[in-house]
Write a protein that binds this ligand. Structure first.
Ligand code: CTP
Length: 235
């Protein structure tokens, strides 16, 4: 399980990140533990407390999350990649705070009549795409998609490109769903063309609904706990 944002530092005082709080990933981790799973939660910086019974691996950057995820993935049956990973990071991380005066001189050197400073960004690895490349037979890979445009077509593209079994797509920038909200609404697509609309619900209920959809994709032994939980009253 991965959760939360990543942070890409420019200097000790500044970073590039996103508003992810980690609530969805932490709710999934708690739900998976309650169904008897052995859960490793790779978490970017959040204020949340890890659910009891979860093995927590704390990371800050996309590169650190990449290494932690690749390290854990070979031994797991189910990967849920809820983290909101920064796609780019500053090319250089200054060891000390970059002073405003230094930025002003840099802007002048760069010919910035408009006082703009250019920031060079380098791409971070796409963790999920790499996990999709390395997916072993029987392993189930669940990705997430945060969209402002066409939910279904963007999610389908990510499902195929990243070799996923399931993708949970939600809108960002809408009331009550996505970043920072306590509730969520999602469209879930699977690789055989299945499509499930999950209406507005708490992130805890959504975690249960996502595991109900992922459980049947697991092979018999490892899927048992998830299938049983799916059948219990109120699950
Ligand atoms: N993801 C990842 N590594 C990245 C970027 C994204 O593992 N460097 C994963 C996320 O954890 C999520 C899925 O890929 O499960 C989709 O992330 P999203 O931000 O919606 O899409 P991107 O692939 O980054 O594409 P775009 O920004 O163009 O929407």
């Amino acid at each position: 399980m991965t959760a939360g944002p990543t942070r890409e530092a420019l200097d000790p005082a500044r970073f590039i990140s996103n508003p992810s709080t980690g609530k969805m990933g932490y709710a999934l981790a708690a739900e998976a533990v309650s169904r008897g799973a052995d859960v490793t939660l790779i978490s970017g910086p959040t204020y949340l407390v890890a659910p009891p019974g979860v093995r927590l691996v704390r990371v800050t950057t996309a590169d650190e999350m990449f290494r932690a995820a690749l390290n854990q993935a070979p031994g797991v049956d189910l990967v849920l990649k809820a983290a909101a990973v920064a796609d780019y990071r500053p090319e250089d991380r200054a060891p000390g705070k970059i002073k405003k005066e230094v930025l002003r001189r840099r802007a002048q050197r760069q010919g910035g009549a408009d006082r703009a400073v250019l920031l060079r960004l380098l791409p971070t690895p796409d963790i999920l795409e790499e996990l999709g490349r390395r997916k072993r037979p029987g392993q189930v890979l669940v990705g997430f998609a945060a969209e402002t445009g066409d939910l279904a077509s963007n999610a389908l593209k990510k499902l195929k490109k990243k070799n996923l079994d399931l993708i949970v797509a939600n809108r960002i920038g809408e009331e009550g769903e996505g970043f920072e909200a306590d509730t969520n609404r999602a469209l879930v697509l699977d690789r055989s063309g299945g499509r499930t609309e999950l209406p507005l619900m708490s992130k805890e209920s959504m975690a249960a609904a996502i595991l109900d959809l992922a459980g049947p994709l697991l092979s018999v032994g490892s899927g048992q706990a998830f299938r049983q939980a799916a059948g219990r009253p109120g699950a």
